[in-house]
Design a protein around this ligand. Structure first.
Ligand SMILES: C[S@@+](CC[C@H](N)C(=O)[O-])C[C@H]1O[C@@H](n2cnc3c(N)ncnc32)[C@H](O)[C@@H]1O
Length: 360
């Protein structure tokens, strides 16, 4: 029998070499054999008509949803934010910007509902932005790498899963410290997000990701159909790794911009908060408010969210004073509460806008 290599099969079938290897290891190709580290495939073999080939057909109608869990994710209060989408979005408002994109709950809602001419997203988290970029530009390759991780991880015993998790975490940190933003770091970013404790992203003083393993029994690591849907939605989106202020030249009077910065920590006093998650202290909240007011003068349609200091201190008017020229709505959200014995509870959050929106 004559054989071909995975490279030759990849060229013949129009799929990546990694995908050919995955199909071989799943016994989907009759007669494929491993020789050393190479797959040999009978020349007479035909490309398997597997679930993946169906998944890669156009799926215009499939809604895309966030591909990671993210601290401060907005899925919880999406309904409230939706009520503040400006009228005219998708017709006279043809551009959308989300400069603190994180997991992008609002982004994917908007991309699934409106036809827009231009969309801009950014975040300072380099690995997050690298992952968005790979999903947009090479989803099949990313899916292949991630699927291999899923297939390696899920069948393992608890102890072996633990060893695998920490090996992947080390690998991620090695690539991160070498600034190696290859497809592997994007796949590892999703793998760690799906398997770590609560989907947290936290780094130590040296920038190393240090979240321990989570305890999910059967995590979905490679949600192929959603990654493909996300990829389709991101095709014409500008994805920027950088500070929110880099959006200045993009945002104009035809733009709806949603700002979801790291929330101001709740405190019992009304004094300035100089320590905050992601280093986003009160000075930075003040700078952001100034930036939003500049964009307001340009005629952009703006919504911003933040925590409500009045949850813990009725006399803390920090945001009421900062955004006194804009409209502030207080909404109720279900959030994890950081105190002993507390689980989730309802807290008030702020939705600030420069047009008030039409609240249903
Ligand atoms: C509250 S989260 C956004 C959550 C997002 N709305 C969601 O649904 O997942 C804030 C994000 O801002 C990013 N960030 C922090 N400082 C930033 C800055 N100066 N410019 C842009 N992004 C920043 C963080 O990396 C984080 O992803």
């Amino acid at each position: 029998m004559e054989f071909m290599t995975a490279k030759e099969a990849s060229a013949k079938w129009g799929i990546s070499q990694r995908r050919v290897a995955v199909l071989c290891s799943e016994n989907r190709i009759d007669g494929a054999e491993m020789l050393g580290k190479m797959w040999l495939i009978p020349k007479t073999a035909t490309k398997p008509d597997d679930a993946r080939s169906l998944r890669f057909q156009p799926i215009e109608n499939l809604a895309a949803k966030p591909f990671i869990k993210w601290a401060g994710g907005k899925a919880q209060i999406l309904e409230e934010i939706r009520r503040l989408y400006p009228s005219g979005l998708g017709t006279k408002i043809t551009k959308y910007a989300e400069p603190f994109v994180g997991g992008g709950a609002v982004l994917f809602d908007i991309l699934s509902k409106y036809e827009l001419d231009e969309v801009y997203i950014s975040d300072v988290n380099q690995e997050l932005i690298t992952t968005y970029t790979y999903i947009r530009d090479d989803a099949p390759m990313l899916i292949d790498v991630l699927m291999k991780m899923e297939q390696e991880y899920l069948p393992l015993s608890d102890d072996k899963r633990k060893a695998y998790y920490y090996e992947m975490r080390d690998k991620f940190n090695l690539l991160k410290s070498a600034n190696d933003m290859s497809v592997d770091i994007a796949a590892l970013f999703i793998f760690l997000n799906r398997t770590c404790f609560n989907g947290l992203y936290r780094v130590n003083g040296k920038g190393g990701f240090n979240v321990p393993m989570g305890s999910y029994k059967n995590p979905t690591i490679c949600d192929e159909s959603n990654l493909q849907a996300v990829s389709e939605r991101l095709q014409n989106v500008s994805i920027v790794c950088g500070d929110y202020r880099e959006s200045r030249s993009f945002i104009d009077k035809n733009t709806f911009a949603y700002f979801d910065p790291p929330y101001r920590p709740l405190s019992d006093t009304a004094s300035f908060t100089s320590y905050a998650r992601d280093g986003f202290d009160d000075k930075k909240q003040v700078e952001l408010a100034r930036y939003i007011k500049d964009l307001n003068r340009k005629g952009a349609h703006i919504v911003a969210s933040n925590s409500d200091p009045k949850n813990t201190n009725e006399s803390d008017n920090f945001f009421d004073e900062l955004y006194n020229s804009l409209s502030i709505a207080r909404i109720s959200a279900s959030r994890a509460i950081n105190s002993v014995g507390a689980g989730r509870g309802r807290v008030s959050e702020l939705l600030i806008s420069n047009y008030g929106g039409v609240r249903a």
